[in-house]
Write a protein that binds this ligand. Sequence first.
Ligand code: CP
Ligand code: NVA
Length: 326
Amino acid sequence: MAFNLKGRSLLTLKDFSSQDIRFLIDLSAKLKADKYTGIFGHNLAGKNIALIFEKPSTRTRCAFVVACVDEGAHPEYLGKGDIQFGKKETVADSARVLGRMFDGIQFRGFSHKTVETLAKYSGIPVWNGLTDSYHPTQVLADFLTIREDFGKLSGIKLAYVGDGRNNVASSLMVGAAKLGMDFRIVAPESLFPEESLVRESRNWAAETGGKIALTTSVDQGVKNADAVYADVWASMGEEEKIPERIQLLTPYQVNQQMIEKTGNDKVIFLHCLPAFHNTDTEVSAKYPDICEVTDEVFEGKHSRVFDEAENRVHTIKAVMVATLGK
Ligand code: CP
Ligand code: NVA
């Protein structure tokens, strides 16, 4: 069944029904298959898309650009410092100007309020490419990846291990609740998600047959899991917290032993990326113990992280086509 999402913004999956989310995942799979067979829809021909980035990005930026070009739209990258945006001009004024020139806006940045203000004042669809609070387009790619492996989402046991209160964890919890999944946050208590969001998610889960569990125990949290999910221990903007997070989260590192604790040889490993996996980066040179997933798991047979990264383009394309396409 087709759903009409025309003109809608995507700020968080909270505003989308189970059917809306399923529709977007179905459309992503179709657009992926079309691309693999050389079919391009030109659904966004003649559209101009503003891509505002206050924080850096590889996947989200590139996925938006490639998805725009695949469907005939023109993407315009507006990086930190490129435009007057809350500096000499209010976000509301910038939103009204951009709304007169563009057809859609992607925003990645710090405060969730900013993306809400953009949506309120621009008068055009606004898509959240990550704020401190939510990362909804990531979760669509995660769910498409899970469905590619298991053929379904409802009833899937998904264990998110690490910083349980960050943007990715919160978005996964909302999405999992709406799709009837058995979702576990496995984290130290100080990093459990906000209570009000847990309550809301449990209400959605009660309607869909899903489950939302919070646990400090790795053994309980990953037991029988179909998918184990990790993210960085300190998100963008929290760099000063890295030493404290290494202390807190080292027992929650995803390693081969944790994968074996699932008792499921078919378990898949997911990570939104970028990841520290015994890596040689500037940050890991400064903090050698930062490693939320071992190389063995990251590079091993359970890992689907690069399928997941590719799926960002197909799912972001689906969001733009559904909300703005012809
Ligand atoms: N997963 C993700 O959002 O990656 P980027 O920060 O590279 O966009
Ligand atoms: N939680 C991470 C996600 C990066 C895609 C961050 O906000 O930095």
